[in-house]
Write a protein that binds this ligand. Structure first.
Ligand SMILES: NC(=O)c1ccc[n+]([C@@H]2O[C@H](COP(=O)([O-])OP(=O)(O)OC[C@H]3O[C@@H](n4cnc5c(N)ncnc54)[C@H](OP(=O)(O)O)[C@@H]3O)[C@@H](O)[C@H]2O)c1
Length: 378
């Protein structure tokens, strides 16, 4: 069932690698089986969006251009496909748009357009009281954190619930003020774990307000020593490594802990931000690739000798297993509805139209602190 006109779609297209976004019309999609179409009212920007724009040839070689970027959308359901049971036209929702995934590779599934096709299992209802620009901060961050924390081939933690049993197990979330980290803290606390985190000192009150038990400054030279000392006597539940320096520090802590010696890595040890500049780009690409390979080999060798497992997270991998339903279908709808779950980090609204999306990508690449870049849409 559809609730929109067929010449009504508009998108911020990525015409090709390292090209600026172009706003023009797009075909209006029909939802397939198990899919819904969301009429977008707000979208959020993630590092992934500008990484694909400037370095898609390294990380997303399968992408067909032109394509539509964007993973985080909030809006109302405009159409539902066959087999959809949780939503009807008009419902207010958030959704994770997986259009750039290898197994999807479809412009219709990118978030930066008026009508976005999303898998039902990656969508969550929201209340009338929750503004779209606040809700849009969640999908990628919740999905990535949940993929790391709850999938059995990652940290395999107990699932979050309304009344978690307190556990004497401590999780390390390195980079707790990031979007992903903020949500990892909330999810792990809602599953009963104690959370140790790192952030700049000006964000320590913020990460504690999300439920973190201890907050440390990741720039302090003795930060891993401090973390190991508070871990003493606790069973380690593993670590989630967010930030370019995170994996090696988490590896050090895991190697000295008792419990789950596992590090789920969100961020590669090298930044891609320099690849957006035209000047010296070829040399920078070579430098990034060499550093990436060398750092990963170094990390894996250290991990092997210290009997720690390191594994890279893929933010949407929960769509392939029961964790998507447990989080987007059960935990998150209830936790948002009764105010147990906060929509964090704070939205930083940088525009109100599709034409603002390139500026939004540039703003996110230039760096934010405990904020999520958001564009509201007409
Ligand atoms: N693998 C995946 O599927 C996947 C999915 C989503 C995101 N990611 C990656 O996860 C990372 C976080 O994404 P995001 O959107 O959550 O980021 P974000 O919100 O844009 O990150 C901003 C935050 O980064 C923190 N930060 C900067 N350098 C850091 C460091 N060395 N260690 C720890 N924290 C640091 C800053 O903390 P302070 O201001 O407190 O200093 C700031 O609050 C990115 O690298 C992103 O590419 C991966």
């Amino acid at each position: 069932m559809t609730g929109y006109a067929h010449d009504d779609n508009i998108a911020a297209w990525l015409p090709g690698l390292r090209r600026p976004l172009e706003v023009r019309s797009a075909g209006t999609p029909e939802p397939g089986r198990g899919q819904i179409v969301i009429r977008a009212r707000a979208v959020a920007v993630n590092p992934l969006d500008w990484i694909i724009q400037s370095a898609g040839n390294l990380a997303y070689r399968w992408l067909r251009y032109p394509t539509v970027l964007g993973t985080d959308v909030a809006g109302e359901v405009a159409a539902v496909g066959t087999g959809v049971t949780r939503f009807k036209v008009g419902d207010r929702v958030i959704g994770f748009a997986d259009g750039t995934d290898k197994d999807t590779n479809a412009a219709a599934r990118g978030a930066f357009q008026r009508y976005v096709v999303v898998l039902e299992r990656l969508a969550c209802p929201i209340s009338d009281a929750l503004p779209y620009e606040r809700a849009a901060v969640l999908p990628m961050a919740v999905s990535t954190a949940s993929s790391a924390l709850f999938q059995t081939d990652f940290l395999g933690l107990q699932l979050p619930c309304a009344e978690p049993e307190p556990r004497d197990q401590a999780l390390l979330v390195w980079g707790g003020s990031t979007s992903v980290g903020s949500n990892a803290i909330q999810l792990a606390v809602a599953a009963g774990y104690q959370v140790i985190t790192t952030a700049s000192p000006h964000n320590h009150d913020y990460v504690r307000s999300l439920g973190a038990h201890h907050a440390f400054d990741y720039n302090q030279p003795d930060v891993t020593e401090e973390i190991c000392s508070v871990l003493d006597g606790h069973t380690f539940a593993g670590a989630m490594a967010i930030g370019t320096t995170a994996a090696r520090h988490c590896l050090t802590v895991a190697s000295r802990s008792t419990g789950r010696r596992f590090v789920a890595i969100a961020t590669p040890p090298v930044s891609f931000a320099g690849l957006a500049n035209e000047t010296g780009r070829r040399a920078e690409t070579r430098r990034v690739v060499c550093r990436l390979v060398a750092s990963n080999i170094g990390l894996q060798l250290r991990a092997r000798t210290r009997r720690v497992t390191l594994k890279y997270i893929w933010g949407s991998s929960l769509k392939h297993n029961e964790v998507s339903h447990a989080i987007f279908g059960e935990f998150l709808p209830a936790a948002l509805a009764d105010g147990r779950y906060r929509t964090v980090p704070e939205p930083l609204v940088v525009g109100t139209d599709y034409s603002a999306l390139q500026h939004a990508l540039d703003t996110q690449r230039n760096g934010v602190s405990a904020q999520k870049v958001v564009v509201t849409l007409p």
